[in-house]
Design a protein around this ligand. Structure first.
Ligand code: 1GP
Length: 244
C-alpha cells in the first residue's frame, strides 16, 4: 500500500482531512462523528491541537479501531506523540523564528518516532495572519506572515522546498476569521512543486472549492465539523468536482 507521503507527492486529485481535537469531542459526539466518517470517508484524520488536556492515545486508538481512514498526528507540541497512529506530520514552523518550533521539539521527538516506526512527513508549517490572534501564535511565540506579504510567503515556501521538506502547510489557525487568501495560495503553488496543504477557518464547501482551485492539494477542516458534523458530506463530495 502507498504511504501518505507517496500519495501526496503524486498530487493526483484533491484531498480532504478532518482535524480532530480530542478536547472538543465527548464520547457521544465522537461516536456521532465516527458514524459520519464511515458514511462519508475523508482522505485523512488528523489528531492534535495547540494545547491538549486529554491524552492523544485514546482518541487515536478509538479512531483506528472504528474507522478505516488513516490517522495521523498533527502535533501541537512534543507531548502529542502516539505509536498507535499511522503517521505524523513532523512540523517545522518555518514562518517563525522560534528555534524550539523550528528544530528543538523535533530533536526531542526524533528517537521516540524512530522507535515507534510510524510514517513521518517532514512538513514546512507556515502560519499566515488571518485577522485574529490564534492559539498557534500564542503557544509558539511566533508572529504569522502578514496576509498581504505574498513575497515573504513565497520565499518561505521555496526555502522549505530547498531544505528538503516534503509538504508545505499553510495555516491560518484554528477558528481563523478567514482562511488563507487565494492569491497567496496561487502564488505559492506557482513557485513550488511540493504538495500544498491549507487549513484554518475553512467553513463552507464554497470556500473549500476556492482554495482547491487556487492550488491546494489537501484542505484541513476542524472547527466547522465540530460545530456541524454533517458538513463532512459537503466537503467530501467536493472532491469529485476536481476529478479529471
Ligand atoms: C488546521 O488549524 C486548522 O490547519 C483547523 O482550523 O479549526 O479553523 O478548521 P479550523
Amino acid at each position: 500500500m502507498k504511504s501518505l507521503s507517496q500519495k501526496l507527492k503524486e498530487r493526483s486529485g484533491k484531498k480532504v482531512a478532518i482535524l480532530i481535537d480530542p478536547d472538543k469531542y465527548e464520547d457521544k459526539s465522537l461516536d456521532e462523528l465516527i458514524l459520519l466518517i464511515n458514511k462519508y470517508p475523508p482522505d485523512l484524520l488528523l489528531v492534535g491541537g495547540s494545547m491538549l488536556m486529554s491524552p492523544i492515545d485514546i482518541a487515536v486508538t478509538t479512531l483506528k479501531l472504528y474507522t478505516s481512514v488513516p490517522v495521523f498526528i498533527f502535533p501541537g507540541n512534543v507531548l502529542q506523540l502516539s505509536d498507535r497512529a499511522d503517521g505524523i506530520f513532523l512540523l517545522s514552523l518555518i514562518s517563525g523564528r522560534n528555534p524550539d518550533f523550528l528544530i528543538g521539539n523535533q530533536v526531542l521527538a526524533a528517537p521516540h518516532l524512530k522507535r515507534a516506526g510510524i510514517e513521518v512527513i517532514p512538513t514546512g508549517y507556515m502560519l499566515i495572519e488571518n485577522g485574529r490572534y490564534t492559539s498557534v501564535e500564542y503557544m509558539s511565540h511566533t508572529r504569522p506572515i502578514p496576509a498581504e506579504k505574498t513575497d515573504i510567503a513565497i520565499s518561505t515556501a521555496i526555502a522549505g522546498e530547498m531544505l528538503g521538506l516534503k509538504v508545505i502547510y499553510l495555516e491560518a489557525g484554528s477558528g481563523a476569521a478567514k482562511p488563507v487568501n487565494e492569491e497567496m495560495i496561487r502564488a505559492i503553488r506557482k513557485n513550488i512543486s511540493l504538495p500544498l496543504i491549507v487549513g484554518g477557518g475553512i467553513r463552507t464547501k464554497e470556500e473549500a472549492g476556492k482554495i482547491f482551485r487556487a492550488g491546494a492539494d489537501m484542505i484541513v477542516v476542524g472547527t466547522a465539523i465540530e460545530q456541524n458534523p454533517e458538513l463532512l458530506r459537503d466537503f467530501v463530495s467536493l472532491r469529485k468536482e476536481f476529478r479529471s
